[in-house]
Every structure is written in C-alpha cells, then in structure tokens.
Write a protein that binds this ligand. Structure first.
Ligand SMILES: [Zn+2]
Length: 295
C-alpha cells in the first residue's frame, strides 16, 4: 500500500465514530456523529460515507484502506452486515461493496466485538499473546476469539457469541429470545432487572464498602465465572480480557470471577489462564476497525 493513511469506522446503534490513522495505527483525526438508526439503512450508510469524507478532509486521496466494525453478525469474507439487532431495517447489506463503490479502495467489515478483540491484540492487553478471548460485558455480552494471533470467525462469521453460551435450562429470556443464556444472567441489563440497581451504582456502593454491593458483585462474578469456565475448558486460552462498562469495577469484580472460575473450570485450563482487564476502553471498537486495515 503506497497511500499514507487508513480509516476506521465504528458503527454503533447510537453513534458512528470515524478515525483517520497512519499505517502504524496512530489516530491523527477522529470524529463522532449520531447514527440516526431509525432513519433506515440508506440514511445510515450516507452518514458513514459523510463521516469518512469529513474525518479524512483533504487527505482522502491518501487513504488506502477502510475498515468498519459493525454490530451483530457480519460475514467477513463477503463484507455483509447480516441482521444487526440495533439497526432497524438492516438485512444482509453488503457494506463493503457499497463503500468500495464510493471510495475505490479495499474495504474490510467485521463484527464490532471482533474489532475490539483485534484492537486489544494489536495495541492493548493482548499484545504478543497467541491465544486469548476478549469478552465485553455492558448492556449485553459480546466476544472475540483470537487463535494463533488471528480472529477465529467460524463458518459464516458467527463465532464468538459468548453472550449466548447456554448456562441454564430455565430462567430468564435473553435478548436473542432463548432461555438461560449468559447475557440474560450476567450483563448490565440483567443486574438492573434482578436487583433494581445499575452496575455503576453497585460499583459506587462497593467503593463505599456497602455490604449489599459486595453481595451483588459476588453473585454476578459467580455467574461470569461459570460462563468463563465454558470458554476456558473448550479453548484453553492464555488470557480472558474483560472489557465493556462492567470491567470498570476492576479487581473488585475480577478477583471473585477468578474464585468462581476455579470452582467451575477444569484444573489445567484454569491454572494456565489469566483474567485481565481490557486496556483500550471505549476506543477499542474504533481502534479495531483501524486494525482491520493494518495486517
Ligand atoms: Zn442469547
């Protein structure tokens, strides 16, 4: 690639973030606009195109590649965004071809959690680690699997749906409509539902040493440890990197997760895995979209 720059776009249900970066991944300009998802896919795609022109400015002719992180399942090989739950009206849209037609450069489209995992691999907690699993716990739970330093996407791009690990035969309905999934039991939404407090309130109360908060954290950590045990037993990763809003609790949450993991996982994969916090915070998605262009 002779052109000097790449562009990453993090497409979310609420916001579109775009970044202009050098070929080493250093962001030199970035912006954020509202997605206006309710306006439908054509309008959202126009907004993505506008955000790319705006963030590149006069450097647009020096942009050699574009990477996009999109919600839901993405067919990476074909560049198609399948059925993103938070983008109404989107159905198997070939975002790659649409952007290629406009900008005439290679375009890569991947799932946003895969992008965040890739960003942690290139710039964050997963640097120099061959095998790890990235798990983001916020309103929902998402994930990305890195095997031999590459994202494992599965047959159609649907791998890494860690939020939908089935850990109960009965119980709460998950956002996907099934019962007993990890996300329905351990994500931020589940905490709100079950305890009537937000994860931020729990964190603040724990910092003030409130006992009820520790009780919630321990119950939550036990469920997360159970979910992680499934990952650890199957993949034997070196790290599980925990991102998303709930990871802001840091060691308050990670330490009891380790205890729970010990209880539920097999001894050998348990003893060889570390549970660590993600390093890139809310920028992981954008940095990962940029990282798609850097291989
Ligand atoms: Zn589910």
């Amino acid at each position: 690639m002779t052109k000097k720059y790449v562009i990453g776009v993090d497409l979310g249900g609420t916001k579109i973030a775009a970044g202009l970066a050098t070929k080493t991944g250093k962001i030199i300009n970035e912006l954020e606009i509202l997605t206006e998802a309710k306006e439908g896919h054509k309008e959202v795609i126009n907004r993505i195109i506008e955000s790319i022109y705006a963030v590149a400015g006069k450097k647009i002719k020096q942009v050699g590649k574009i990477g996009v992180g999109a919600p839901g399942t993405v067919d990476y090989k074909e560049g198609r965004v399948l059925y993103p739950p938070n983008l109404p009206g989107w159905k198997e849209i070939n975002l790659r071809d649409l952007l290629k037609k406009e900008f005439h450069v290679p375009v890569y489209v991947d799932n946003d959690a895969n992008c965040a995992a890739l960003a942690e691999a290139k710039f964050g907690a997963g640097q120099n680690i061959s095998n790890f699993v990235y798990v983001t716990i916020s309103t929902g739970i998402g994930g990305g699997i890195v095997i031999n330093k590459k994202i494992y996407r599965g047959t159609i791009g649907a791998a890494g749906e860690i939020g939908h690990i089935s850990i109960q035969r009965e119980g709460k309905t998950c956002s996907c409509g099934q019962i007993g999934h990890f996300e329905g039991l351990a994500a931020g939404g589940a905490i709100n539902q079950q305890y009537g407090v937000s994860p931020i309130e729990v964190h603040e109360a724990a910092q003030r040493k409130k006992r009820w908060a520790f009780k919630i954290i321990n119950e939550l950590a036990d469920t997360i440890g159970l979910g992680f045990a499934n990952i650890v037993n199957i993949l034997n990763p070196e790290l599980i990197i925990v991102g998303g809003g709930i990871s802001n609790m840091g060691e308050l949450l990670l330490q009891p997760i380790r205890f729970a993991l010990r209880k539920y996982a097999l001894p050998l994969p348990y003893s060889s895995v570390k549970i660590v916090r993600a390093k890139l915070g809310t920028k992981a998605g954008l940095k990962g979209a940029i990282a798609l262009c850097l291989k």
